[in-house]
Design a binder for this molecule. Structure first.
Ligand code: SF4
Ligand code: SF4
Ligand code: FES
Length: 598
């Protein structure tokens, strides 16, 4: 994209074409006040807070060249009225003025107008201290209001927009940030406007109300205290909080968070910006699902059973008891009588040391989780064929093809849903294949519904189509299990796979071709795909290898695993069949189900 040079308040700045004046001014170090504009949302020009004077070079109609003054400078024609900086794209030679009396008059007027019915209850408002309305009023607004307090319009407040979010209609400035977030980013268009004039208001349109897994983000981007969360209301003043950086372990995304603490008590959970992981968003599970850390039922000190009762002991005592018991069991029955289960939320360091302890004691009976009928074997392909370093889903768009197979990212890894949706919005191809409808399908460029039990035939059909259309077989020769896979491929025609998965040969061929020829090829697979059996994942892996781009940035396989650090557990060797780094063990130990059954 070409660059455009313009002048804002006398400062020359060069920005990519298409940039709006607000963002161009930011790059020049000039703040233009905004309410409705948000850099992650499409501009709508609703609040008029960003009004500025804009001029463009006068063009000679005969020569189509700028008209120059006596000093050889372009003659600037100022637009007769103020313009909204958030909706006006820059143009070459543009001149913008943000501090003239006319602009200041408009800014004061807009703020005075916004405050006509504002309750001014900052002392009891959760947003107080981090409120754009407070800040902009101090910076750009009138010092006093000419509006009689008794003339303010009052509404019932607060009203529950949903179980988690309250709306204070008196504070709402009707900027539509919340509505647009739900429409554009979360793809849950559950908020909207109702009524008109002074009664214009935000409402929830869904049943149950505010039905979205991302609702908490609206409280972050609401520029006033109109939206507050039931989790944080009246708990603390924001200037009392100390923010501690943490990583969410409630799903495999690993969103960056802060725990905002007051006197060592968790007051609220906020997103911590990381463009490569969660940008500025988190899901409601991550925001509201951490209260367990303060549960009175949580173990915070070691307990040892004495005389049939669990009694609190020091860590030294507890470790001594554990060491004694492990030694006794090993001496009497051998190391194989020991077993260990670790949580898949632990750090890599803890997981590595855990398996090492067990293996040093002579046990291979090591696993994560608690087993059960839904437990799946460790996933290897999502690690071995993981996208290369420098992968950044936030940048992918045109040229990328993402094949999502048997996964429901909204449930399994919520922020990935926003990321994958973003890739499609930026022009990438998003092919969503599965047995059941998922929300991600609404953002897909292609939706594939294969027949029940047809997932393996679908993947084999893609592989067959790829090979029939010139993909290089040699790249697969070194792949483990390739010869069996090749045999099953050679025993059937593409038409057979198409029939078995309920799709046409043309669909399989078109998906395979676009996947293989894409600049960036990604496969995302989830629980549904993994529970269909290892052969499906291996077939998808073969398709990935055929691209020849394994190990490169933005190319590879992403498995949506259940635990926050399941990948770390697999790589650190917390599994019965392999040690750290996928190193196979001579003897396979028991998995979680085997341990319980032993
Ligand atoms: S609730 Fe907040 S984000 Fe939504 S329209 Fe009102 S002020 Fe804007
Ligand atoms: S998407 Fe996953 S990692 Fe991110 S906040 Fe939600 S549960 Fe936590
Ligand atoms: S910020 Fe530009 S109109 Fe609201």
């Amino acid at each position: 994209m070409s660059d455009v040079t313009l002048t804002i308040d006398g400062v020359q700045v060069t920005v990519p074409a298409g940039t709006n004046i607000v963002d161009a001014a930011r790059q020049a170090g000039i703040a233009i006040p905004v309410f409705c504009y948000h850099p992650r949302l499409k501009p709508v020009g609703m609040c008029r807070m960003c009004l500025v004077q804009v001029g463009t070079p006068k063009i000679d109609p005969a020569t189509r060249q700028p008209v120059l003054d006596a000093n050889g400078q372009p003659v600037i024609t100022m637009m007769p009225k103020l313009q909204t900086a958030c909706t006006t794209p820059v143009s070459p030679g543009m001149v913008v003025k943000t501090t003239t009396e006319e602009v200041k008059f408009a800014q004061r007027g807009i703020l005075e107008f916004l405050l006509t019915s504002h309750p001014l209850d900052c002392p009891v408002c959760d947003k107080g201290g981090e409120c754009p309305l407070q800040n902009l009023t101090m910076g750009w607004g009138p010092a006093v209001s000419r509006f009689d307090y008794n003339d303010k319009v009052h509404f019932e407040k607060p009203v529950k927009l949903g179980d988690l979010i309250y709306l204070d209609r008196e504070r709402c400035i009707l900027c539509a940030r919340c509505v647009r977030f739900q429409d554009e980013i979360a793809d849950d268009p559950v908020l909207g406007f109702d009524n008109r004039g002074r009664n214009w208001m935000i409402i929830s349109k869904s049943d149950p109300p505010f039905n979205s897994k991302f609702s908490g983000n609206t409280t972050d981007i609401c520029p006033v205290g109109a939206l507050t969360s039931s989790d944080f209301r009246f708990k603390a003043r924001v200037w009392e909080l100390q923010s501690k950086p943490v990583i969410c372990t409630l799903c495999p995304v690993g969103c960056n968070l802060t725990f905002d603490m007051r006197h060592d008590r968790l007051m609220r959970v906020m997103p911590r910006e990381n463009a490569a992981v969660n940008d500025i968003w988190i899901c409601d599970k991550g925001r509201y699902g951490h209260r367990f850390i303060e549960s009175p039922d949580r173990l915070t000190t070691p307990l040892v059973r004495r005389d049939g009762k669990l009694v609190p002991v020091s860590w030294d005592e507890a470790l001594e008891v554990v060491a004694d018991q492990l030694t006794i069991v090993r001496t009497r029955y051998g190391g194989n009588a020991l077993a260990g289960l670790a949580g898949a939320q632990l750090s890599n360091e803890d997981l590595y040391l855990f398996q090492r302890l067990l293996r040093e004691l002579g046990s291979e009976n090591i696993d994560t989780g608690i087993g059960g009928p839904a437990a799946l074997p460790p996933d290897e392909m999502g690690g071995l064929l993981a996208p290369g370093p420098e992968t950044d889903l936030s940048k992918l768009g045109t040229g990328a093809v993402v094949l999502v197979v048997g996964a429901d990212p909204e449930e399994e890894a919520p922020l990935y849903m926003l990321r994958l949706r973003g890739i499609a919005q930026r022009g990438g191809k998003l092919i969503v294949a599965g047995l059941r409808p998922t929300k991600l399908e609404r953002s897909a460029t292609t939706v594939v519904r294969y027949a029940p039990a047809g997932e393996l035939a679908f993947a084999q059909g893609l592989l067959k189509a790829a090979l029939e259309n010139g993909a290089k077989l040699a790249t697969l020769e070194r792949m483990q299990g390739w010869h069996e896979l090749r045999r099953s491929l050679s025993q059937a025609k593409l038409a057979d796979f198409a029939t078995a998965c309920g799709l046409s040969e043309a669909v399989l061929t078109s998906i395979a071709q676009s996947f293989l020829t894409a600049e960036h090829s990604l496969i995302v697979y989830g629980w549904e795909a993994r529970s269909a059996g290892l052969a499906l994942v291996e077939t998808l892996a073969a398709l990935m290898i055929l691209t020849g781009k394994v190990g490169k940035a933005n190319n590879g396989m992403i498995a949506l695993l259940a635990g926050g650090n399941s990948r770390g557990a697999i790589e650190m060797g917390v599994r019965p069949d392999a040690g750290p780094g996928y190193e196979p063990r001579k003897q396979r130990g028991l998995d979680a189900n085997g341990i319980w059954a032993a």
